[in-house]
Design a protein around this ligand. Structure first.
Ligand code: GRF
Length: 224
């Protein structure tokens, strides 16, 4: 008699807004060979479109409304309780617009990813597209990184670039970057679920080797 196959890694996604990255992950997770299962989507804003996307895909949702908590610690405590209830192997931040406390981040060390719309370490924080334009950069992009205590500062796993054209605006750049995000995030989540990426003390291990440069998605393909 065949043994039951090992259960797929459990993925929990946190999102605050439109949830287009969430949608890309939902779509990828429907591929037959996807090595993980999305078990829940959490949100800090009641009524956010991300919640509807999850419900449409018949994924469990929960809301922890940050306006109902008078401290970051209280909010993060409630959020962690919800996360624990779903027992995830991986927590994916997909446009989750809350700064998380150190204790929260430490508790999920090595098992939490974030996507940030810049070529980190450049432009941590908000308003990245306008800051790229103001600086006159000709290349911009997106990074997926492990979450550590430093905001947008954890070791970068993979990046994708976009070209900044003379007529680009913050909105057009946001759209170009978003297209790359939707390609890149499912690839990195897949790697995690396959056990290919791990967080070291302040570096990433890829297939057991130190990753000296983030993986790159120059066109539609990732190269090492
Ligand atoms: C993305 O640009 C992502 O890089 C940033 O938040 C945005 C989320 O967009 N962290 P969406 O909600 O996935 O459309």
């Amino acid at each position: 008699m065949n043994a039951d196959p090992a259960p797929l890694p459990r993925i929990l996604i946190l999102a605050s807004g439109s949830g287009t990255n969430l949608q890309a992950l939902i779509d990828a997770s429907r591929e037959r060979d996807f090595p993980g299962q999305i078990v829940a989507v959490g949100c800090n804003r009641p009524g956010a479109p991300a919640l509807e996307r999850a419900s449409n895909a018949h994924i469990d949702t929960f809301v922890v409304d940050h306006t109902e908590y008078d401290s970051r610690e209280a909010f993060d405590g409630a959020l962690m309780a919800e996360i624990r209830r779903h027992n995830p192997d991986l927590v994916v931040l997909a446009g989750f617009m809350r700064i998380l406390t150190t204790d929260f981040v430490r508790a999920l060390r090595g098992t939490m990813l974030n996507i940030h719309p810049s070529l980190l370490p450049k432009y941590t924080g908000l308003g990245t597209h306008q800051r790229v334009l103001d600086a006159g950069d000709t290349v911009h992009g997106v990074s997926v990184h492990f979450v550590t205590e430093e905001l947008d500062g954890g070791p970068v796993i993979a990046q994708a670039e976009v070209t900044v054209d003379p007529d680009d605006t913050a909105d057009s750049l946001a759209e170009k970057v978003r297209q790359k995000e939707h390609l890149l995030y499912p690839i990195v989540v897949r790697w995690f679920c396959e056990g290919r990426i791990q967080l070291g003390s302040d570096y990433v291990l890829f297939d057991g080797d130190l990753l000296r440069q983030p993986m790159r998605l120059p066109d539609d393909r990732v190269t090492h």
